[in-house]
Design a protein around this ligand. Structure first.
Ligand SMILES: Cc1ncc(COP(=O)(O)O)c(C=O)c1O
Length: 434
């Protein structure tokens, strides 16, 4: 039996219509090298989406490999429930050193969804424990088209109907406002502010919405509105964190600090599952008390703060310094913008959006059943590039460390692939001449 056959027989893939999956030949990744994925037959593909927005310094980076191997020689897993260990402490200290001012505490988990779930529960419980009129602060304000993960709390503050509508009966209510519209946020907080525990946003870029960008100044206005209404601000930097927007965290572009910040994906540079919810001293202190007061934060996943993952995270932060990753990124961000220009001129392309290394190419004018975004990925794969679309938006999010030559190849291949997919669609929809 081939791996592909066993995959079809035993696996159920995430966010995948299995009927379509079973009809296609899967790409079986056997290994990776730098910014390349390599299949079973030795064919190489540029990892154009950083293995789902995670890889930062490239695959199999010797420093990251060594950090994980070294930790493996000490202990692979222990627990933060009742014990502690160096990688968790060291990484927490380093995260706080680079986080926006005012964030002072790190609570680990193992996925972006969990990091969001934790932020929501912390904000909720914080206000409950304040008591008095503040105990009425039980709801959240979130943005339309938000994506914060797949657990029920994070889906409750999500706003992408195709993903979320099936679960509506299971979700808690809140208020949802259009992203980028500070006046709408102001209105909802003016009307309901005293019932709001927190506002949650993806700062600057709503990734899963198709790389939707917020106007400059919006995040700062949201911060000010939260201050004005004494509402906590949760910034979900799971996608934007660790350099993707060109700065270490998206919040830095607007010089703001959230009260809670969610991190995941790039935190281990794409090596191991780890996430973190950072919070300020005010929230942390709201949980202090005697045991019997039950102000404890009753939350913790089994693999919380796993040592191997924390060791990878720590090594990644060292690499950011050593390889001056963010400095090296700046000319590549400009280069990417230039490379994208001709793509923006293609007739099938309605919009090209870019912030740092987060970029979405929106195709328009195709029926949903054409799955044009997916067709582009198949064309790209045949040309040695892996990308994954969000509907009809082709996403590019290469590893920060991608060399300029590979970046150029990536964008050129994507342009050719869009042209090829559009031509194939046109040919298939043109009736044959009589
Ligand atoms: C902004 C944001 N938050 C949360 C998540 C969920 O992260 P995970 O898939 O690790 O649960 C994602 C995933 O894409 C995301 O983009």
């Amino acid at each position: 039996m081939s791996l592909a056959a066993d995959d079809r027989r035993y696996l159920w893939h995430p966010f995948t219509q299995q009927r379509g999956w079973e009809a296609e030949e899967p790409l079986v990744v056997a290994e990776a090298d730098g910014c390349w994925l390599i299949d079973e037959d030795g064919r190489r593909y540029i990892d154009g989406v950083s293995s789902l927005w995670c890889t930062v310094h490239g695959h199999r980076h010797p420093i990251l490999d060594l950090a994980v191997k070294d930790q493996l020689d000490r202990v692979a897993h222990t627990t933060l429930l009742g014990l502690t260990h160096a990688p968790a402490v060291d990484l927490a200290r380093e995260l706080i050193a680079i986080a926006p001012d005012g964030l002072t505490r790190v609570f680990y988990s193992d996925s972006g969804s969990a990091a969001v779930e934790i932020a929501l529960k912390m904000a909720f419980q914080y206000w409950q424990q304040q008591g008095g009129p503040n105990a009425r602060r039980t709801r959240f304000v979130s943005l339309e088209n938000a994506y914060h993960g797949d657990t029920l709390g994070s889906v409750s503050v999500g706003g992408i109907d195709v993903f979320h509508s099936a679960y509506r009966p299971l979700l808690f209510d809140g208020w949802r406002v259009p992203a980028g519209d500070a006046a709408a946020m102001e209105r909802v907080l003016a009307e309901h502010g005293e019932e709001v525990a927190a506002v949650i946003v993806e700062p600057l870029v709503q990734g899963a919405a198709g790389m939707a960008m917020q106007p400059p100044g919006y995040l700062r206005s949201v911060r000010e509105l939260c201050n004005h209404n004494d509402v906590l601000l949760i910034c979900d930097e799971v996608a934007t964190g660790f350099g993707r927007t060109g700065r270490m965290f998206a919040c830095e572009h607007e010089g703001i600090s959230p009260d809670l910040m969610c991190l995941g994906k790039g935190i281990t540079a794409g090596y191991l599952p780890l996430a973190a919810t950072l919070t300020c001293e005010r929230v942390y202190e709201g949980f202090l008390g005697e045991h019997e007061e039950l102000r404890t934060f009753f939350h913790g996943h089994t693999y919380t703060g796993n040592p191997l993952a924390c060791a990878a995270g720590l090594a990644s932060l060292q690499l950011f310094e050593q390889e001056r990753t963010l400095e090296q990124l700046q000319p590549k961000v400009r280069m990417l913008a230039n490379l994208l220009k001709p793509i923006g001129e293609l007739p099938a392309v309605a919009d090209v959006r870019q912030r740092g290394f987060m970029c979405g190419i929106e195709l328009a004018g195709f029926p949903a059943e054409a799955r044009i975004g997916h067709q582009v990925t198949l064309e790209a794969r045949a040309r040695g590039v892996v990308v994954r679309p969000l509907g009809d938006v082709v996403v590019l999010m290469p590893p920060l460390a991608i060399p300029e030559r590979e970046l150029r190849t990536l964008v050129e291949v994507v342009r050719d692939s869009i042209e090829a997919a559009v031509s194939a669609h046109a040919a298939a929809s043109t009736p044959l001449a009589a």
